[in-house]
Design a protein around this ligand. Structure first.
Ligand SMILES: C[S@@+](CC[C@H](N)C(=O)[O-])C[C@H]1O[C@@H](n2cnc3c(N)ncnc32)[C@H](O)[C@@H]1O
Length: 338
């Protein structure tokens, strides 16, 4: 089977998929720690962007939607930081455990399982953090100056293995376009489903902004990683086994190719920017928040409550984690505005 069919089953199969079964994955005790799980300032800062769009668009009905909303740790501080008027809110997640948490955590929101369940047309802001890295990919291998595809099959010993096959046209075209210069032996993940997702999301957004955060980079930035590819698994906050070894038991993920997304958004008529996460958050004031927290902490150091000082310190260090230049700060943000 093509790798994207295998990856879709690993993540979303109703009986065995990593996201379809088991507990909530994006928590401190779960499998990965994301920006909104690290600090509520992630959601609060995005609220400033939302507020600005609310002002710019002055729409009677304004919607805030989050796809891949996990535990609700982004949308809750975001909504709490918004001044009136209250927007219409949608939270979407493929995982039943996440939807159960969202129904409890964000009772005012419509809860849905897929982007397709959102209103067909709305004005507002759509946010997604660490979603697109999960969307199923095809695998292409550069061999003798051509693209081959690697598909999943079962060998004579009953083991899952990757086998080379001729590349489908759309796979070879995508790889040619966004992975030019890949040397022989180089492996790339062909992210057609991420492009389809972005196109569908922008088709629903009549006016407003779509803001997508993830790890990855531009096609050029990803070039040095093409010898091995970026496909990997995560479990319990650590890199997991080979994706073929324990299907359904781990997160399967890739670095997102933001050049491909940028082109899709442009073709959909949006004006587009790709920034680093630290630059995006600082542009909306996170560095000011951090220095304010530091000043308050210092003034408490002289004659204040030591517990409050410790609380401020941990709030500040969590907020700083969002900006770490080799960590979360190095994530990319695609802002597509219509
Ligand atoms: C890495 S977690 C991130 C969760 C949350 N955004 C955060 O930052 O903490 C990815 C989330 O997206 C959900 N998800 C994965 N694929 C999805 C899809 N195609 N549509 C909707 N949700 C999806 C998963 O169930 C999971 O909750």
């Amino acid at each position: 089977m093509p790798f994207e069919v295998f990856m879709r089953a690993c993540l979303y199969d109703p009986d065995y998929g990593f996201f379809a079964t088991g507990p909530l994955r994006s928590t401190k005790g779960g499998d990965f720690l994301t920006s909104p799980e690290v600090s509520p300032w992630f959601g609060r800062i995005i609220a400033r962007h939302v507020q600005e769009e609310q002002r710019r668009l002055a729409a009677e009905r304004f919607t805030v939607a989050e796809v891949g909303a996990g535990s609700g740790s982004l949308i809750r501080p975001l909504l709490a930081a918004l001044a009136a008027p209250t927007p219409e809110v949608w939270v979407v997640d493929a995982s039943p455990a996440a939807r159960a948490s969202l129904e409890e955590q964000v009772p005012s929101a419509g809860v849905a399982a897929a982007l397709d369940d959102l209103p067909e047309s709305f004005i507002g802001v759509l946010v997604a953090n660490e979603l697109l890295d999960n969307l199923p990919v095809a695998l292409a291998l550069r061999a003798a100056g051509q693209w081959q595809e690697r598909r999943v099959t079962v060998n004579d010993h009953g083991r899952l293995v990757l086998v080379p096959t001729a590349a489908r046209t759309e796979v070879a075209e995508w790889a040619d376009r966004y992975c030019a210069g890949t040397p022989d032996g180089g492996l790339v993940e062909v992210q057609l489903e991420a492009s389809t997702w972005l196109n569908d999301a922008l088709a629903r957004l009549d006016r407003g902004s779509l803001v997508v955060f993830d790890y990855g980079g531009t096609a050029e930035e990803l070039a040095p990683r093409r010898t091995q590819g970026t496909l990997r698994t995560y479990r319990a906050h650590h890199l997991g086994p080979d994706p073929l070894d324990e299907p359904g038991e781990t997160d399967v993920t890739v670095d997102v190719n933001f050049t491909a997304l940028e082109e899709v958004a442009r073709q959909a008529g949006a004006s587009v920017e790709v920034l680093r996460q630290d630059d995006y958050l600082n542009a909306w004031g996170l560095s000011d928040v951090v220095s304010d927290l530091r000043h308050r902490e210092l003034s408490l150091a002289r004659d204040g409550d030591p517990m409050e000082r410790l609380r401020l310190r941990s709030e500040r260090t969590d907020a700083e984690t969002l900006l770490h230049p080799r960590g979360l700060g190095d994530f990319r943000v695609l802002v597509a505005q219509k």
